[in-house]
Design a protein around this ligand. Structure first.
Ligand code: SF4
Ligand code: SF4
Ligand code: SF4
Length: 165
């Protein structure tokens, strides 16, 4: 797992999709690929009250990333200094093996360029001391980003549970 995590406080998410939209805008992605996703659950009546929930999914930057192991051209890589998993587009041969290898279907594909693309935790922004694009535009502040060792223990425990397929 990378040195950083993005934790979602589900109770504060209103399903506005700002995170998805700003991620796409920041990476200048065409129609189709989404590097993070909001999954909607419900609406469902619970004790006669309609309930909905929204769950944020990006990449878990796994300790032993299936996508990296599957990549035949070493385009999918894990950054040694902090464990961020990213694609080096110039090396990608467009075989899509990373898409099939990830248990959560995280890697996406840009058809026009025939390359895989995925969440890189906005490493360019992190390297400048900034927060990931999705986190900065979360209007309720339900997305929290930080170094794993500095996040509350309970958040890290829940994140690690989610990251176990
Ligand atoms: S793309 Fe999937 S397998 Fe690869 S690091 Fe992210 S969650 Fe893990
Ligand atoms: S699509 Fe690209 S990044 Fe994915 S496994 Fe194939 S060569 Fe590697
Ligand atoms: S960390 Fe960056 S690349 Fe990853 S989902 Fe958020 S905005 Fe997109």
């Amino acid at each position: 797992m990378s040195d950083y995590i993005i934790f979602q406080d589900v109770d504060r998410c209103i399903g506005c999709y700002s995170c998805e939209i700003h991620c796409k805008a920041n990476k200048k992605l065409p129609d189709g690929p989404r590097l993070c996703r909001i999954y909607q659950f419900g609406p469902k009546l619970v004790d006669k009250v309609p309930r909905m929930a929204f769950s944020f999914l990006a990449c878990f930057h796994c300790e032993k990333p299936w996508c990296v192991s599957a990549c035949p051209s070493k385009a999918m890589q894990k950054r040694p200094k902090d464990g961020i998993v990213y694609v080096e587009a110039e090396k990608c041969i467009g075989c899509k093996l990373c898409l099939y290898a990830c248990p959560w279907g995280v890697p996406q594909f840009i058809q026009e360029d025939c390359v895989a693309v995925k969440c890189d935790l906005c490493k360019d922004r992190i390297d400048q001391g900034l927060q990931p694009a999705c986190v900065t535009k979360c209007i309720t502040g339900c997305l929290q980003f930080g170094r794993r060792e500095l996040m509350p223990e309970e958040q890290v425990r829940r994140y690690e549970l989610l990251a176990t397929p």
